[in-house]
Ligand binder design. Structure first.
Ligand SMILES: NC(=O)c1ccc[n+]([C@@H]2O[C@H](COP(=O)([O-])OP(=O)(O)OC[C@H]3O[C@@H](n4cnc5c(N)ncnc54)[C@H](OP(=O)(O)O)[C@@H]3O)[C@@H](O)[C@H]2O)c1
Length: 253
């Protein structure tokens, strides 16, 4: 059976990735901090699965995860675990931001390094890195979160290009959701200013994107339009608009 390793599989988009890939016949390695929730997700799957409770904001835990699956051949890696935070940079908590950088950037980087290297040797496999529409611009009032997702975008697309240039069959794709109805908001302490998509819809687009080897997967028309403007309008203008949208969220809190 092919194997998929999914970080952040205990809720939201990650839980839906697990269900979808299991329904396609993949054995699933479910990773997250909340073991109880991971076991609940495990019970809903139709294929074999393994729960690994780990706090991936700790570097050692990331290497321990790699060690604990060393006998398995991972066919699909989904770097999905991540979180955001909201507020003026001068007022937000440094500890929380360093944890965010460790999870959103460092853990994703280490896992990609390990599994893509293995996949490249076998010339097969796929990685889906979960980014965001936030990955295409600076994000005042969510400065650190947007910056982490810019890293994910730039890193993932560069890696994809390297593999394509070598003629590698390994697929590396980027999923860029806009607002999704998950636990994300609660942790980031924000409310969305536009309607959120369902996590199952976003996960399905992500999985379809892996199988069709799509470089940048942006679920939903309004998010596609948003990304188009982010990529084509002057950064100063996009950043000003973003500030005003974020500020409205703060005013509603
Ligand atoms: N929701 C949105 O609007 C939105 C939009 C764009 C992009 N995204 C991205 O989508 C991804 C999934 O988020 P979501 O919306 O599905 O939110 P979610 O429901 O809060 O899921 C986040 C997942 O990450 C895991 N996680 C958090 N901290 C972790 C840590 N230190 N170590 C290991 N796992 C950790 C959580 O599991 P535990 O709590 O069990 O650790 C959970 O399974 C994130 O990368 C997020 O940035 C979300």
């Amino acid at each position: 059976m092919p194997v998929a390793l999914i970080t952040g599989a205990s809720s939201g988009i990650g839980e839906q990735f697990a269900k979808l890939l299991s329904s396609k016949g993949y054995d699933i390695i479910l990773v997250g901090r909340n073991e109880e929730r991971l076991n609940k997700v495990k019970k809903t799957l139709s294929t074999k699965s393994k729960v690994i409770a780990a706090d991936l904001s700790e570097r050692k835990a990331v290497f321990d995860l790699i060690e604990s699956v060393k006998d398995l051949s991972v066919d699909i890696l989904i770097n999905n675990a991540g979180f955001g935070s909201f507020g003026e940079f001068t007022e937000t908590e440094l500890k929380n931001e360093l944890e965010m950088i460790s999870l959103n950037i460092e853990a994703l980087h280490i896992l990609t390094k390990h599994f893509v290297t293995e996949m490249a040797e076998k010339n097969k496999g796929a990685v889906l890195n979960v980014c965001s529409t936030a990955g295409f611009t600076s994000g005042p009032l969510m400065a650190t979160y947007y910056a982490t997702k810019n890293y994910v975008r730039a890193f993932t697309l560069a890696l994809r290009r390297e593999l394509k240039e070598k003629g590698s069959a390994v697929r590396v794709c980027l999923l860029c959701p806009g607002p999704v109805d998950t636990g994300f908001n609660e942790r980031a302490k924000v409310t969305f200013s536009v309607p959120a998509m369902k996590p199952e819809t976003v996960a399905k687009e992500g999985i379809d994107g892996i199988f069709t080897d799509k470089a940048i997967i942006v679920p939903g028309l309004s998010n596609k339009i948003c990304v188009f403007f982010e990529r084509h309008l002057p950064e100063k203008l996009v950043s000003m608009v973003c500030y005003r949208i974020q500020k409205r969220k703060r005013d509603r809190i």
